[in-house]
Write a protein that binds this ligand. Structure first.
Ligand SMILES: [Zn+2]
Length: 156
């Protein structure tokens, strides 16, 4: 039994045209229909494995590991540890003279000695200025009271 090549409906032997769709019947309908599509259906060959698959696109130089050089225990830190007490002394009024002469070699102690001296100097200036002001305003009889107040201020 032959079939129409256009619509697939069965053809009567000797028919020139398909009764279903009207397509012209070819002269060689005897070829087995089932064999043709099977032969043409070639399974697609798997693509050859990509030799570059799985590899990084380009062997570019890896980024250098972040170099964070650990800061060595600097002489400065050592200095601070050793002279902390001296730095405190620098702010205790006239005790600033101790680090001033004892730690001349230490930049850390020298810094705070300078700060302490500056504070002391400022306090001295303010004290003198206030004494002068008080003398001008109230006379010298208020000095003992003012001395008491200033001594408290100096401790603070
Ligand atoms: Zn047909």
């Amino acid at each position: 039994m032959a079939f129409c090549q256009s619509c697939g409906s069965p053809l009567q032997p000797g028919e020139k045209f398909c009764q279903n769709c009207g397509a012209k019947v070819e002269a060689a309908p005897a070829a087995p229909i089932a064999a043709a599509p099977a032969a043409s259906a070639v399974p697609p060959r798997p693509a050859p494995p990509d030799p570059y698959a799985g590899r990084p696109a380009a062997p570019q130089e890896a980024p250098a590991p972040p170099q964070t050089p650990a800061p060595p225990a600097s002489a400065e830190e050592e200095d601070i540890k050793k002279n902390k007490g001296m730095a405190v002394l620098a702010y205790l009024g006239f005790l600033v003279l101790i680090p001033l002469f004892a730690c001349k070699a230490s930049p850390f102690a020298r810094f705070h000695t300078g700060q302490g001296l500056l504070l002391m100097f400022a306090a001295l200036i303010i004290g003198v200025a206030q004494r002068i002001l008080a003398t001008l305003l109230f006379g010298s009889h208020l000095w003992p009271i003012l001395n008491f107040v200033f001594s408290i201020l100096m401790i603070l």
